[in-house]
Design a protein around this ligand. Structure first.
Ligand code: AMP
Ligand code: MN
Ligand code: MN
Length: 318
């Protein structure tokens, strides 16, 4: 039983580093939040490793036990690294440097492209790591409280696109109902997450969308966020969150692609599909990964070249 993993940590009073993926989203932040709370309730010594800026709509999930990987000293030792919502090791970025201070690596994830890179791998195809943690908690009869519900709900509501995507199952909704039974303030969570956008982010989105390009018989929407646009609108790259979904939501579009220019030779690609195209497969061609309907990869090429490469790959599958 996979929940033995949590039981063993508690019974051995193991020390842990919780490691979410880089460019943190609602799922990895929400699941880090509840797992940290679970450890607090069991007096387990732990930290969350957070090397990135937390997007402003998720700052309510900040914990004062968050450290940067550079804060972990060379002579510190932990029993477990618990890596959340991450399909391959390169997705944790700078946090990789703390791994050699941990005796064992536990991966808790729900990506179908997961490469089982941990010593223990708890990988299940559920909506979110939040739903997976809920299942692990239930197996060990852990009583979920309102703090847990805040984290778990954020994970689930963000990764399912507010219960609209195909990863939402009847079980997912049952889990959400169980969270509601705790009486946590879901309205406040929703406000924080969805009605709390900085103006500059909205302006960046509008600029990116107003330069949308269509390919593949108008089934492919392509948007760009360049370094120049970030400068112009006083934004950071994490403000590009939500643009790729807006492209997908246009009528007739099957695949939406957002190209994020990291530097002159590095482009991060985010893809979303609407009903049939497997974007995880396309991402794998470029050593990325993800889910059928939401995936990404990094292409080491200038914007223009990256655009040609990805469009060619998509068009060949339409
Ligand atoms: P994003 O477009 O960054 O929101 O990512 C969408 C999905 O694809 C998420 O589930 C990510 O975990 C996954 N993903 C994004 N980029 C990569 C990558 N470079 N390698 C593996 N998976 C990725
Ligand atoms: Mn994620
Ligand atoms: Mn996830």
């Amino acid at each position: 039983m996979m929940s033995n993993v949590l039981k063993n940590i508690i019974s051995s009073q193991g020390t842990c580093l919780i490691i979410p993926h880089q460019s943190p989203d609602g799922d990895c932040l929400g699941s880090s939040y509840t797992l940290s709370h679970f450890f607090e309730r069991h007096q387990i010594k732990h930290h969350i490793i957070m090397d990135d800026v937390i997007p402003s709509n998720y700052t309510f999930l900040k914990k004062n036990n968050m450290l940067k990987s550079s804060d972990i000293k060379d002579d510190e030792k932990y029993d477990y690294a618990i890596i959340l919502d991450t399909s391959s090791l390169d997705r944790i970025g700078a946090s990789k440097s703390v791994l050699d201070k941990c005796a064992s690596m536990i991966v808790i994830d729900h990506h179908k492209t997961n490469s089982f890179f941990g010593d223990t791998n708890i990988v299940e195809m559920v909506s979110s790591v939040g739903e997976l943690l809920f299942n692990l908690y239930t197996e060990i009869d852990y009583v979920i409280d309102q703090e847990d519900a805040i984290g778990l709900y954020t994970s689930i509501v963000t990764d399912t696109g507010e219960f609209r995507y195909s990863n939402t199952t009847n079980k997912t909704l049952q889990v959400a109902a169980k969270l509601f039974e705790t009486g946590f303030d879901f309205e406040s969570c929703s406000r924080e997450i969805f009605s709390n956008q900085p103006l500059e982010k909205v302006v960046l989105k509008s600029s990116s969308l107003s330069n949308i390009e269509l390919y593949g018989n108008k089934q492919v929407a392509l948007m760009i966020v360049s370094q120049q646009m970030l400068k112009q609108h006083n934004c950071d790259m994490f403000h590009s969150d939500g643009i790729v979904e807006a492209g997908r939501d246009i009528s007739g579009i099957e695949v939406s692609v957002l190209l994020k220019e990291i530097d002159s030779n590095t482009v991060k690609v985010s893809m979303r599909s609407k009903s049939f195209l497997d974007v995880a497969e396309i991402s794998l061609v470029f050593n990325g990964g993800g889910h059928n309907r939401a995936a990404g990869c990094t292409i080491n090429a200038p914007l223009k070249e990256a655009k040609q490469l990805i469009i060619k790959e998509i068009e060949s599958r339409l």
